[in-house]
Design a protein around this ligand. Structure first.
Ligand code: COA
Length: 330
């Protein structure tokens, strides 16, 4: 039987040009630039234009990733979109994207694993490719989180922004070196209340009462999530290293979910891993949920840090609660 492996063939990212600076937030809530920088590392976030939806920014990142992979749009044979902020509840954002890309007939589905969505997407794409189902999977993490943020809640509104990152996951030979080695996922559904957008689904439809009470916004228990994030990202990274008989010294770059620099720093400290080998772009975009890992990957490539042949450990945590890691040679 032929066996296949998968590789990251191309990357792309798109951050809308409008910015929400810490100074902007000082005018909305009782906060200040120094607190935000010290507690999170964030300097500004991007905000999509009023007429942009998630699929619009996903499209921009996707076109760049397909071009970077040296492919035509018509080479894409499966579309996966990781998002918690879809254009519509149905149809999926992946289907909206499929129509826009003119890929009629190509399968398209959304994945909701919150900020871990891109890592979950890697595992799905890698499995599809290993099974021989597809050759060039477009995997996008895209979010318009500013639409779900209450700009009266100082703990939440300082964190989130809009953005999209995309990769093409491509079939390659089983003996190729530049492959996705493995992915490791976990979830703790019992902790779902720590980060939740309660109203808007079948349990709690949006009514005037919900709007008045603000349950249609994201609500969060930040400190608990912080601790869980460090624990679960460290645990799935340990799994990833063990499964591939790798040591942290063999990792060229750690690309963690970009939620808060202090969380990334704590994971690096857990492994005594040098901070300068942690890719962090959180200062310039805040938390863009499923988009942070592919955006950070793409930005590090474009600024010349991340190069072909390097070994990269990706890790994320998110609402659910979910977490995961993937290790690959680029
Ligand atoms: N500006 C100023 N003060 C703020 C503030 C803000 N934006 N937000 C909270 N505070 C206050 C708190 O009210 C608290 O005041 P108190 O000591 O008088 O009670 C104080 O700052 C410290 O709050 P604490 O929650 O301990 O801060 P922290 O160091 O844990 O940082 C987060 C808060 C939210 C930045 C941090 O917990 C975090 O990043 N958590 C992860 C969240 C996340 O990633 N969520 C998304 C993925 S699910």
């Amino acid at each position: 039987m032929t066996t296949y492996r998968s590789r990251v063939a191309g990357t792309g990212s798109y951050l809308p040009p409008d910015l929400i600076t810490n100074a902007d937030l000082e005018k909305l809530v009782d906060t200040n630039d120094q607190w935000i920088r010290e507690r999170t590392g964030i300097e500004h976030r991007h905000k999509a234009a009023d007429n942009q939806a998630t699929s619009d920014i996903a499209y921009e990142a996707s076109i760049l990733a397909i071009k970077d992979a040296g492919l035509q749009i018509s080479d894409i044979d499966c579309i996966l979109v990781a998002t918690v902020s879809p254009d519509y509840l149905t149809p999926s954002t992946a289907c909206v994207m499929q129509a826009r890309l003119g890929l009629n007939g190509v399968p398209a589905l959304d994945l909701n694993a919150a900020c871990s969505g891109f890592i979950y997407g890697i595992s799905v794409a890698d499995a599809y490719i290993r099974m021989g189902m597809y050759k060039n999977i477009l995997l996008v993490g895209a979010e318009l989180l500013t639409r779900y943020v209450n700009y009266k809640d100082r703990e939440v509104c300082i964190l989130f922004g809009d953005g999209a990152g995309a990769v093409v996951i491509q079939r390659t030979d089983s003996n190729a070196e530049d492959v996705i080695y493995s992915s490791h996922l976990r979830a703790e559904g019992s902790l779902g209340e720590l980060f939740i957008r309660k109203a808007g689904g079948t349990r709690l439809p949006i009514t005037q009462k919900e709007i008045d009470e603000g349950t249609h916004w994201f609500t969060m228990k930040g400190r608990d999530i912080f601790k869980n994030a460090v624990r679960t990202m460290s645990a799935t990274c340990t799994q990833a290293l063990a499964a591939n008989d790798l040591k942290m010294e063999q990792i060229d770059w750690l690309i963690p979910h970009q939620a808060n620099w202090r969380i990334m720093e704590a994971v690096a400290d857990h492994f005594k891993f040098p901070k300068e080998k942690v890719i962090s772009v959180v200062h310039e975009m805040g938390n863009t949920s499923a988009a942070t890992v592919p955006v950070a990957f793409d930005m590090a490539r474009r600024d010349g840090r991340l190069r072909r042949g390097q070994t990269i450990l990706l890790t994320a945590f998110g609402a659910g609660l979910t977490a995961g890691s993937a290790v690959l040679k680029f």
